[in-house]
Design a protein around this ligand. Sequence first.
Ligand SMILES: O=P(O)(O)OC[C@H]1O[C@H](OP(=O)(O)OP(=O)(O)O)[C@H](O)[C@@H]1O
Ligand code: HPA
Ligand SMILES: [Mg+2]
Length: 179
Amino acid sequence: MHQDIEEILVSEQEILEISKSMGAHISKDYAGKTPILVGLLKGCIPFMASLVKYIDIPAQMEFMAVSSYHGGISSSGDVKIKYDLETSVNGRDVVIVEDIVDTGATLSTITKLLLHRGAKSVKVATLLDKPAGRKVEFVPDYIGKTIPKKFVVGFGLDYEELYRNLPYVGVLKPSVYQK
Ligand SMILES: O=P(O)(O)OC[C@H]1O[C@H](OP(=O)(O)OP(=O)(O)O)[C@H](O)[C@@H]1O
Ligand code: HPA
Ligand SMILES: [Mg+2]
């Protein structure tokens, strides 16, 4: 385990199991349709890569870069689109793929935006849900694992742009950010 990690919350093996079951669930729910999977960069990358391997229906992969944490441990509440979709969602079924729903600000903003742009449906698939962190009411449609109100890193999640490449999700030692 990395020296800055206090505890592993979701192991590599558990992430694989989550990807398989969520992929099967999405494939069943969207059978006969061609959804657009919209990954929110940068955090979505490892989970999106893992999840899509277990989605066995035709699905398009698109990305947006959205940021509100600016590297730190708390949300600015101001959700900024740094890179927008290059495809229209008008009339399409959209599944947003995310690493975490925490305050709810990001997913509530982006869901409303895509519906406003004419998406037929918008659902959210997230590896992690931190319901105790909510500041904006939001309920994801597909949840890998519900976690407590702790700042976590790994498998896409960062602190100051680091730790995204850890193969598991762990709690960051507070001594790392309490300097
Ligand atoms: O529910 P919320 O409180 O809005 O938090 C969730 C969002 O925060 C993180 O993104 P971040 O802004 O850190 O960008 P990143 O993916 O580039 O790290 C994470 O990847 C989610 O997109
Ligand atoms: O717990 C977290 N860790 C990293 N990034 C995050 N963005 C929202 N919550 C978190
Ligand atoms: Mg971040």
